[in-house]
Write a protein that binds this ligand. Sequence first.
Ligand code: UD1
Length: 423
Amino acid sequence: MEVIRIEGGHPITGEVTVEGAKNSALKLMAATILAPGVTTLTNVPNISDVHVMGKVLKKLGATIKVADEHTLVIDTSQVDRWETPYNLVAQMRASTAVLGPLIGRFGKATVAMPGGCNIGDRKIDMHILGLEALGVRFDMEHGDICATVPDGLIGTSVTLEFASVGATENLMMAAVRANGTTTIDNAAREPEIVDLANMLNEMGAKVHGAGTPVINIEGVSELHPVTHEVVGDRIEAGTFIAMAGICGGPVTVKGFEPDHLGLVLKKYEMMGLTIERGNRQVTVSRTQPLRPVDIQTLPFPGFPTDMQAQTMCALSLAEGSCIVTENVFENRFMFASELSRMGGHVVIEGHHAIVHGVDGFSGATVKAPDLRGGAALVMAGLVADGVTTVYDIGHIDRGYERFVEKLQGLGAHVERVDVPKIG
Ligand code: UD1
């Protein structure tokens, strides 16, 4: 099995370019179902979650050609099945993103009910309630959710209880084919939602207001395939920014819109980083000690939960204490206990974490608890005393392409190593 081994204490400097956003690419891939024919997606990250979504589409009857490392040519003209089995949903919860497009195109879908995952229960009740309002009937059978649309999809008004990214996306992808207009109130506003709306509109849909809390969707009778470029990955960018922040930099991070990290950049500046914003890039450096800053995660434009672990890692090295509040997912503090093996001092109280700054980390053997927590452990290893070995790196490969190679390009002493399984 492979692990990531990091020798701490080496500076990182130079330039790194991020890939297309995982969270956008997965939904755009699902959306190709809505437009029978050949859709080309460019700037697709070569990561394992994208490979799983590829399997989901193939299972439905699509063919996928990898035109080059970051370009997928997806032919959905022969899609003739509508079932997504548990083994795929269990590998990746975002497989449920095919629910809306299958309902939109075929008026039926069978998707395995996702179970819990290591960052919490992650229910899909809001997806279901919203789709029911559009006329979808759901039956639970043998662990699967079976959707049918007995009287066609009818546009309506839906108010989401929470600005859920996945629910907003599934509703948008069904509503584009509904009869009449659908309004989604309290919609998620993430840049990935805007990217999906842009692609749907290029396909001939009429989606207005994406990026605001109210999205209006006028249903159309058909959608056509397009070529679309995936938006840059703001979270991959944020991860490298956080790394540059603890190491000192300067590091230039390219390939994303700095506006998509508005509050993150602001908070990192409050922590003492110097950040120069440019055209689809930022340059990060730090010459003063890290300062403690409270953060709370919230839906966009709030502080992203996907930057919580990396930021907790940085705050652990600040001069003083602060509070990190997780409002989006239950149980997303597992990173803190792994970090304690490296000398971190974080006290968890419900959905608050009290982060006490320490003088430094000491290299240790740790396990990636999830995708972002895994990246944050590698980050801690960059400045730790001695060697850090991160196990369970499959989590990291889900969302970061050539993570080790990119860090090596910045001068980090990091490598993937084959080791015997522990335990
Ligand atoms: C997406 C992102 C994930 C990011 C999250 C929040 C993808 C593949 N994943 O996840 O990286 O951290 O947005 O920015 O795009 N909830 C319910 N019922 C529902 C739907 C959600 O209770 O029907 C809860 C979830 O359990 C969670 C919260 O709402 O506590 C937010 O979930 P949501 O915004 O839907 O996140 P995802 O789309 O799963």
